[in-house]
Design a protein around this ligand. Sequence first.
Ligand SMILES: [Fe+2]
Length: 781
Amino acid sequence: MDHLLPRRTALKLLATAVGAAAATKSAGAAPASDAWSRTHDRVFLGGDFWANPMEDWRIADGGAECRSLGGNRSIHSLTHQLTHPAKGFSMSVQLSQLEVRGKDNGGGFRLGVRSELNEYRSNCFVQQGLNAGVADGNLVLGPKTAQLAAGADPKLIALVLTGVGRGDEVVLTLEARTGERGASLGKLSHTVPAETLLGNVALVSGYAAAGGPGAAKKAAKAANAAGGSRHRFTAWQLSGDAFTVSPARRFGPLLWSMYSLSDSRTAEGFVMKMSALTGPMGRADSQVVELHVQRDGSWRSLGESKLDPDAWVATFRIPRWDEKKDTAYKLVYREKHRDGSVTPSEWTGTILANPAGRPLRLAALTCQNDYGFPYEPVARNVAKLKPDLVFFSGDQIYESHGGFGIIREPAEPAILNYLRKFYQFGWAFRDVMRHAPTLCIPDDHDVFQGNIWGEGGAKMAITAEDPGASSKGGYIEPARMVNAVHRTNVAHHPDPYDPTPSKQEISVYYGDMVYGGVGFAILADRQWKSGPDRVQTGGPRRDHVVDPTFDCTKLDVPGLVLLGERQEEFLKQWAQDWRGHTLKAVLSQTVFAAVATHHGSYDGYLKADLDSGSWPQTARNRAVDILRPAMALHINGDQHLATLVQYGVAQQRDSMWSFCTPAIAAGYPRWWRPDELKLPHGNRPRHGLAETGEYVDAFGNKVYVYAVGNPAVGRALNRYERAHEKGSGFGFVLFDTVAKTYTVESYRFLVDAADGKASNQFPGWPVTIRQAENRGRNLLQ
Ligand SMILES: [Fe+2]
């Protein structure tokens, strides 16, 4: 019985594919079909698809066109995965060759596209599988090829692929027909073990990467120089019981949302701000998103907001928010089609009540390297712990995310290149962010730099010497791109303390949020920081000190900046301002101490790395002094090494504590191994753990190291096991505004955070810190 349905479906599909104009009249479930013929010209291919890479594709005149000759450009179906191949399936598509330079690398279907997880999002980034299409005048089906009939027009080919189960195998049949009249141009059959077809199905422009195996990783401009072919697709239809169909996996046009809720302590009361993100839409598409909230059981519109045409973010600001109860919200984007019809896209979630009468629960996350994408164990654990607030402290992307290289300029393609990397972040964590306030600050990789020393927004003086832009002051990217990055991350944050932009009109976002009886200072600890080119480290890299005998106190030259005057002025005011809250925390990108001895590899000893907030020393000490009366806990990330430390300025342990959280998926590894280097230490904590105690760091700053989550060397082939080995995970902090304590938890990657096992956390955690300990009234020993 199983075999009958697919055959019937296949026949129907063949009939459909014969001519683009042929109407489907057959009874029964219609095959799923793309909406491209009805879609306005634009970048975003629609919520049913993931395009690799997004910036190389356009919907043009009703079809999806690849703009790169680079090859291995693909469109994955998000709603259809082959889970039971032997139950039979059919796919058809209209294929048109747009351009060939040198070799026609072909195009058509790809099946069995799966990662080691065979999870649909991770599968989207795999660039291999079984090809079924047309290349260079030949029909191609896996290893088999057959010449197309003479006179075949590569600009107009209908491809039909069927799979029919035969025991544990599937018989694949691929037929090419002329796009216009439906005459057969050739047919091939190939039998494969059913399990080889498991995973995603995709359309591919250029089966082989032009210009060698590395070319698929190159951005369009570079790839085009190498030659190849590019293709256009229309009318992609999929059907059959072999597919599991999951409409809930659609990603867009509304991609996700982020919101914040803060007590303004003005006549505006609590202010709720929300960002709705869509994919990059077209000029003829709707440019607005509408927000609805549920009041007394029915939906009420709070109005529309216009999408920013760079960042594709629509932002809402709602004063006098009723913070006393949970409120359901619904965002609606009405997608207009070429035929005048409209399809609403909705995204729903919950705006939590302001936490009252119980501790506030903060999840703190940093650094997601996409070898671990989609980081499901972390996303699941965070959701299980039911946070009241989620904080991402930076490196929501790395430049390498999703492959296909980086586009630095001009701003427009650079922004598209950035956005699809940022979309991986939303894709992984959108179910966490829809139901809890989110704070999300950009760091260096988010603006395509290995390190960022912002120099107040200055433009970087680019040299060939450091194309990675890691050790020169300023921003390498166009200011317009940096501002789009800022908007995607922070547009929904509470209003900044002082919105005056920095140099090059680069936007600023430092300011505070008051929520659940806790005051949060949100800082940009790299936006004003001085560059390492202002000092001489003596090493091959300006930001690294390699000589173990080098005296880093020499690097504390007068005039160097850490937070900058504007943020220092804000913090002075904030430290004294206790309106509406009784506990405080500082949220920034990284730790104000140098708590790593080895960088990049297990034996990668470095005397010092100027990238932490330990340098410049005078500015660091001034910041810590300003913050002492705030008795705030500093929560940060970026290091890929979890640490819990207490800063000292005049003497050990006279200042605030810092929790540098584990990376979501740690890439570049760091270790803190002072014991084997015989670095002197005093007053090791009572728990007696190695590598802890009072130290003077490489820059001469005092730091009491209470706990550290050193990684192992990552070797596992499974991404989640490797992330676990590399010391990945996330932080969690309970703010008890009655007991005046912070309970700090540091979870590993591959655990069930809800099962209460001590081994879920890195050694030394959890730790409860009393408020006054942040000004040196120490109790922990
Ligand atoms: Fe990072």
